[in-house]
Design a protein around this ligand. Sequence first.
Ligand SMILES: [Zn+2]
Length: 581
Amino acid sequence: MTDLQDGQGATPKRLPDRFMAWGRGLVDKLSSTTADGVEADEDDYIRRVARELGVHPILTPEDLKYQGVQPLGDRHRDLQKWINRVGGGNLCIRIRPADSTGVQGCWIITDKPASPEVETVQNLLRAKGWEVEVHPAKRSMVASAMDRDLALSPTEVEETFRNLLRESLRRNASDIHFEVRGDQSQTRLRINGEMQVYSLANGRPLPVAVIYQIGNYLFNRLAKRGARQFVTNQPLNAAAQTNIDDVTVALRFATAPDIRGYDIFVRVWKPDSDSLTLEELGYSLDQQRYLREAIAKPYGVIVFSGPTGSGKSTSLTALLDSQTDNDRVRRKIISLEEPVERELEHVTHVSVNAIVEEGGWKALLGGLNRWDSNINVLGEIKDAETASAIQDLATAGKLSLTTLHASNVLSIPTRMEDLGVEHKLLVDPNFLLLLVNQRLVPELCPDCKIGLGKRLDDLLAEKRSEEGPDIARATKLHAMRRFSDLSRRFGGDWQVRGPGCETCDGTGIISRVLVGEMVWMDDDARTFIRKRDWGGWRHHLEGSGWRDIHHHALEHVRAGRLDPVDVERLVAPLDEPEAGA
Ligand SMILES: [Zn+2]
């Protein structure tokens, strides 16, 4: 606990006298309360006085976290331990003066005033420059206050959400999911593509009542576009922007009714942050060269494909951002994305939803034809309308960038035809330029990943279950043996996901790596498309040294960067013949 002592040296700022007097009066009143009937009034009294003075009451351990104690960083762990150990017996009231002198104070009212835990908390709060007083309280009174349902003030709801948002940004979460099922709730964060449960400092989930209040806050108060009235029985969409520690944060929120409750989804991103370069994204040198060549062309279509969450729009942004200053001046770029994930200075970002809501697709297509542009970004080809927009732009001699859901690069032409692009256009040399197919695969944490050989040894050493065959273990063993064989065949230092450590926040992964395949459209490619000879096309490409997505993924597996289990789950089996070719 020595690391906590530094706070003691700090001189606490003086709290205005009127707050000190109020606090002492309140403490006296609370300490003298014994009868059960009076206790409810005390709780109410705290809230009422708190409201009048612009003060934040802390009545439960959860409140401690909402009230901004969390930014203490690592020392927060000690506070958490304290709440877990004596959480049933403490009451803390924080004071924030309405005159905004920046001075803050806290009374800890506890049945264990002399305990080392309480001393720890005192030090923590004093380190923040707070004035702290500890007062003895009767156990029954405190226990009663702990059982109250949470009913937060509007300011507290906002603060709760902002703390969650801060935590999400710190952990690089892309989405927050609130899930309410009857009187049970769960909050999860999507980090590096995977869902992680979010708990309060005491290990409990955000209460149902608080999630409902957050829903109200998001739609009724924060939303700038979309639905402005929170209801839980129908799907809603809305968007907003806010600031967290001087960083602009864009939010898009939606709801889904569940038969037992509802979900609230919040997508979180930083529109002003620097976009990743093509290299940082993980494209190989050859792939970067293809992309740069394609974006320099005056007309044609560049198509990025892959499932949801494969980084397609991030790639579009990186590609636009890779242009030289000269290109930025020379060419006019109009982007139709929904939502706009990164705002680029040299790009006109048009909100598709706003235009389509007003005037329908005709208005949008009319606009596209009238707007004088060189490069157009059309978020996604998903229906006949977008397909026809791409055709119009191409025949008007403009360069287009777009995305598509397709499972491999050679199926892009078929997929486009399914959506309504004419076959004769697909084989037109002025149309398709470059086809890309990609996935994002979790990157192993360098500090806790485990060598495949060691993982296999550990599994073999594990004591067999005495209650019959252990199917889970047998399945794992089988998979690891298979990978072990493959690693001998392909070579390299194969690693798998470890138990988690401080570096990776206990998840075993630190980021995501892009793996991809590309086809540059030439006369040969168009011949195969004309004949619809997909097998022949693949054979031809492989014969000329083309490297598909398996190769790219396998390279990373051999370097110990990706877990073969993830690659097989997200890309394709590693032992497919073409992977070894
Ligand atoms: Zn780790």
